[in-house]
Design a protein around this ligand. Sequence first.
Ligand code: B4P
Length: 189
Amino acid sequence: MLIIGPPGSGKGTQAERISERLGVVAISTGDIFRSNVKSETPLGVEAKKYMDAGDFVPDSVTNKMVRDRLGESDVDDGFLLDGYPRTTAQIDYLDEILATRNQRLDVVLQLTADDGELMARLLGRAKETRRNDDTEAVIRHRLDLYHEQTEAVVAKYAERGILTRVEGIGTVDEVTERVILAGHSLLRP
Ligand code: B4P
């Protein structure tokens, strides 16, 4: 399963809840990058340059990282990927990884919210956490990239008939309830 949405739509928040509910591992490319940045690994040093500016980390770095992570044994029975793919080129790469693993995507969940709400949420988060990419100008750029590149990813999965859209406005619990209703048959134990 994939969870896709603009920055601040609550992907990470909902991914954690869905992961508990389904008993599958949640993998966030943003979290993997942030953990590498914190430990100052070579991957982190490279990724930081792009993340601080709100740019996508190049595919040459991101794709290999995802391939390595999906090569670990805890994903054998399924996984929830949060934040990947973000470009149509990344869709092709993920298709290849899944084909070699004999796995397929069951569902792609898109969380939606308007830019005004997203900006307000992320500026709110900026007061509590010190994420370098939560300044107004960088948030604006991340939103622009979502519209320019990631909406095309959503469209591709819609064409494949595996896209479910869920409105991300409301309390965290309300959104979780919507997610569960949207994927009812999938989420039923
Ligand atoms: P991510 O960590 O994925 O960051 P993001 O898209 O900006 O989402 P974020 O985590 O901030 O927000 P979420 O929706 O969970 O990526 C960070 C960077 O890593 C990217 O900019 C890029 O540089 C790089 N990267 C990652 N994947 C990549 C890829 N595939 N290719 C290239 N580069 C990549 O929202 C969380 C916030 O919303 C929280 O503050 C939460 O409290 C709040 N929230 C959640 N639900 C709410 C609700 N219902 N109401 C109010 N607030 C809510």
